[in-house]
Design a protein around this ligand. Structure first.
Ligand code: NAD
Ligand code: UDP
Length: 324
């Protein structure tokens, strides 16, 4: 049996973080969930509070924190465009100062630390699909830059702490991931379309809907993150994690209308600035080194996500920003 560890998950109350905490608790580890609840709420982890190996800390990752841990998963950062653009300076601080704080802790504790990076580091990609070797095409002064450049700077910090201080790092670049417990008002495409479809409201297509994304179900993604942490130290990454099945936004909308039996109509709104026109992960590295690839097709994942949206009371969710 693998040895039990003390594990810190920053952003642990969020959509991905709360599932990661669950998986780690199920493996028997001591899990510390650290979150400032900017884009999440305690209800995401309320069912974990009674477990003896779970601890919840309300804290902002831009401020130092002193803990003794064996592993750190650094997920703290608003992830939806409406959330990260709400306070762009804070977003950049969260990525950069958050990285410095967890890396300092990892150095002191000799802990392994994993950074949740993003496909946004590729910006508006000219190379398609995107391999990790592609250096990307990010607009450094656009409205998405606070997130994209923050995550790029965090990758730089991870590599420099690794090279200069031999910190044991892992970097994963996560592509669009969806599933139950996404914030229903986060403004992301899957949550928006499902909420709109279930309420028979207009479905808001930004641009002409021909832009593409590749959607990964959350269970697949969490499995990839866990495998990356357990990989040999030489595999620092970055490693892409995502589902290579690519869809246009129009295809996604039609599929959600069909699966919900909705009477919603499509309405077209302007495409936000710097919205990438295409995005698809090349996952050869993850296949080769982690033996990982996604298993859940979009249709199956959407059915589970729709079931969850039907079951929750939207009045229990506070929109964190007015941008949904
Ligand atoms: P999320 O918004 O649900 O989770 C982020 C969590 O971080 C929230 O609980 C939020 O309250 C917390 N947080 C934000 N700022 C913080 C701060 N300063 N201090 C402490 N906590 C803070 O989003 P998610 O989809 O679960 O994303 C988790 C991580 O994965 C993020 O780092 C995100 O950039 C990355 N990621 C996600 C996706 C995706 O499609 N879901 C894609 C690429 C990268
Ligand atoms: N999008 C859309 N309607 C919405 C929300 C998003 O057409 O109500 C589009 C958005 O313009 C982008 C894609 O869906 O092209 C994915 O957006 P999301 O915010 O989920 O994530 P991104 O990949 O852009 O970070």
């Amino acid at each position: 049996m693998a040895s039990l560890k003390r594990i810190l998950v920053t952003g642990g109350a969020g959509f991905l973080g709360s599932h990661l905490c669950e998986r780690l608790l199920d493996q028997g580890h001591d899990v510390i969930c650290l979150d400032n609840f900017f884009t999440s709420q305690k209800s995401n982890v309320a069912h974990l509070l009674a477990r003896p190996n779970f601890e919840l800390i309300r804290h902002d990752v831009t401020l130092p924190v002193w803990l003794e841990v064996d592993e750190i998963y650094n997920l703290a950062c608003p992830a939806a465009p409406g959330h990260y653009q709400y306070n762009p300076i804070k977003t950049l601080k969260t990525s950069v100062m958050g990285a410095i704080n967890v890396l300092g802790m990892a150095r002191r504790c000799r802990a392994k630390v994993l950074q949740a990076s993003t496909s946004e580091v590729y910006g508006e990609p000219i190379v398609h699909p995107q391999p990790e070797s592609y250096r990307g095409s990010v607009n450094p002064i656009g409205p998405r830059a606070c997130y994209d450049e923050g995550k790029r700077a965090a990758e730089t910090l991870f590599m420099d702490y690794h090279r200069s201080n031999r910190v044991r790092i892992r970097i994963v670049r996560i592509f669009n991931t969806y599933g139950p417990r996404m914030h229903p008002f986060d403004g992301r495409v899957v949550s928006n379309f499902i909420r709109q479809a279930l309420q028979h409201q207009d479905i808001t297509i930004f641009g002409d809907g021909s832009q593409t994304r590749s959607f990964c179900y959350r269970d697949d993604l969490i499995e990839g993150i866990l495998r990356m942490m357990d990989a040999p130290d030489e595999l620092t990454g970055p490693v892409n994690l995502g589902n290579p099945s690519e869809f246009t936004i129009l295809e996604l909308a039609r599929q959600i209308i069909e699966l919900t039996g909705s009477r919603s109509k499509l309405v077209y709104q302007p495409l936000p600035a710097d919205d990438p026109t295409q995005r698809q992960p090349n996952i050869e590295l993850a296949r080769k080194h982690l033996g990982w690839e996604p298993k859940v097709p979009l249709r199956e994942g959407l059915v589970k996500t729709i079931d969850w949206f039907r079951a929750v009371d939207l009045n229990h969710y506070r929109p964190p920003t007015p941008n949904y």
